[in-house]
Design a protein around this ligand. Structure first.
Ligand SMILES: CC(C)CCOP(=O)(O)OP(=O)(O)O
Ligand SMILES: [Mg+2]
Ligand SMILES: [Mg+2]
Ligand SMILES: [Mg+2]
Length: 147
């Protein structure tokens, strides 16, 4: 061809963070072409050469201004959704973390991508959830430490 064809789509990697405060988790309502108006964990694209932990800390800082610690890997899911006008295939890495300073409040640093961040009881999550997170909740996944 003349080299102007779009490259074949490839799966991308997202790193998202269960930022826990007591029995609550931080969620924001997305303002994005993907998952518009659904509640999602903070996080984003893994960048080339980045560790999961560094991506988690970077994305949470970029999006909320919060400094996190005790960052650990929880699980990973494969999210393929081909019906949209734009096919979507994300491998989503779920991390857990805690606030470095429990008194620190989130700021909405990307108002064009998020309506705002707030803490929600795990037993009473808002709806609708962003569907990769919805799948996890429906599978009775528990992000909280045991004991
Ligand atoms: C669509 C999504 C789950 C993958 C990327 O997440 P995101 O839109 O939060 O990405 P960025 O925070 O990197 O902009
Ligand atoms: Mg981001
Ligand atoms: Mg990003
Ligand atoms: Mg993001």
């Amino acid at each position: 061809g003349n080299g102007s064809e779009a490259a074949a789509p490839v799966p991308r990697v997202a790193v998202v963070v269960f930022l826990l405060r007591g029995k609550t988790v931080l969620l924001g309502k997305r303002r994005s072409s993907v998952g518009q108006s659904t509640f999602a964990l903070p996080g984003g694209h893994l960048e080339f050469g980045e560790s999961f932990e560094n991506c988690a800390a970077r994305e949470v800082k970029e999006e909320t201004g919060l400094d996190i610690e005790k960052i650990e890997f929880l699980t990973v899911t494969n999210n393929v959704f081909l019906e949209e006008p734009k096919p979507y295939h994300y491998v989503t890495v779920f991390m857990r973390a805690f606030l470095g300073d429990p008194q620190q409040d989130p700021q909405n640093l990307e108002p064009d991508k998020c309506d705002g961040w707030d803490w929600y009881e795990w037993d009473n999550l808002p709806k609708p959830l962003f569907w990769p997170l919805e799948k996890m909740v429906l599978s009775s996944f528990d992000p909280f430490p045991v004991g």
